[in-house]
Design a protein around this ligand. Structure first.
Ligand code: PHE
Length: 340
């Protein structure tokens, strides 16, 4: 695999194109969904665990090198675009303003890719839900304050906008059922959530979470911590300091809050981390037996973990974005600067 990557580096460096069509053909060959680099990403599964990090970093660098080379090749034509347009009037105008992906989509896809390689199924639940899915099936008591209108947007028909991605847990447990012996139910479900919050630089009423869940016969807290570490190391491309504190959610027992060292100030204290040096990023825990039962899974036989990553907050950390309002602003000047 390493040699393959090295060869590709050289190959990419030497690429030339005589027309924009050729540039496009190169893009398809290397960077499309079924291109050489994507295929290589698929093979990544077979890399032994202790080399995953090194190879993963090389592959990211390769992808970037290819993207940059393609851009260079393209620019070559953008410059003499007018001259060419004089010759071929049927040609489309160039340079064409290409769209970019939203920073939240970039981070979401990156995490989905990591977990797909680890065998997780990607699922998604609806945004309009009922009380059973958002609260009751998750072991919330009837008088739990989260059910209050102050926190939750209710619709006139009695349904509500989901306040967290955990709302899909029950559906997924029922859909896939208990895992076969020696297997585990592994699902990842990103989604948009809504809470009745006043909006400021660090609060939004519409934000994204990404939930993960793993259920099997011998799942323990060490599995949970392992997956959390893989996730954070891959997203930040380096080891990040974490701390685990007890956290309370009706659907996990024990429950935790996993904090990361504030990436913006490096732990010294800043407005984003409220001067504590730490950021709450990953609430998680072992799935409560009642929740398993309500999902049709025998809690005597199976255990599982769940985590609810704050995707919006993670994107803020990764890109050093200090105002959450940017995400829903539609401000293209700002949103277009994030490319990977
Ligand atoms: N759903 C919880 C929230 O939004 C987070 C969470 C998910 C906690 C999974 C534990 C396990 O606050």
């Amino acid at each position: 695999m390493r040699e393959k990557i090295e060869t590709l580096f050289t190959e990419i460096e030497r690429l030339t194109a005589n027309s924009l069509e050729e540039v496009e053909a190169i893009r398809i060959k290397y960077l499309s969904k079924k291109g050489i680099i994507a295929t290589l990403m698929d093979e990544f599964r077979h890399v032994p665990a202790d080399r995953k990090r090194e190879v993963g970093m090389k592959m990211n660098a390769l992808k970037q090198a290819a993207t940059e080379r393609l851009q260079q090749l393209k620019e070559q034509f953008a410059q003499n675009g007018t001259a060419q347009a004089g010759n071929d009037l049927s040609r489309t105008a160039y340079p064409v303003a290409l769209g970019t992906r939203h920073p939240l989509s970039i981070v979401r896809e990156e995490i989905c890719d990591i977990f797909k390689r680890l065998g997780f199924t990607i699922a998604e639940g609806p945004e309009v839900e009922d009380d059973w899915h958002v609260f009751s099936s998750l072991n919330f008591a009837d008088d739990h304050p989260a059910r209050d209108m102050q926190d939750t947007f209710y619709l006139e028909n009695g349904q509500l906008l989901k306040t967290h991605t955990s709302a899909a847990q029950n559906t997924i447990m029922r859909k896939y059922g208990p895992p076969k012996p020696g297997h585990a139910l592994k699902a990842l479900f990103p989604g948009r959530c809504f809470r009745n919050e006043n909006i400021d630089a660090s609060h939004e009423n519409t934000f994204f979470q990404l939930e993960g869940m793993m259920i099997g016969e011998n799942i323990s807290i060490s599995n949970l911590i392992y997956f959390m570490k893989v996730l954070l190391t891959e997203v930040f491309e380096r080891e990040v300091k974490v701390r685990l504190r007890p956290g309370f959610f009706p659907f996990v027992e024990p429950g935790f809050e996993l904090d990361i060292n504030c990436v913006i100030c490096g732990g010294e204290g800043c407005p984003t981390c409220k001067h504590s040096g730490w950021l709450e990023l990953l609430p998680c825990g072992m799935i409560h037996p009642n929740v398993l039962s309500m999902g049709g899974i025998d809690p005597e036989k199976y255990t599982g973990f769940a985590f609810g990553l704050g995707l919006t907050r993670l994107a803020m950390m990764k890109y050093n974005i200090r105002d959450i309002r940017l995400f829903n602003s539609g401000n293209l000047k700002q949103l277009k600067q994030f490319t990977r």
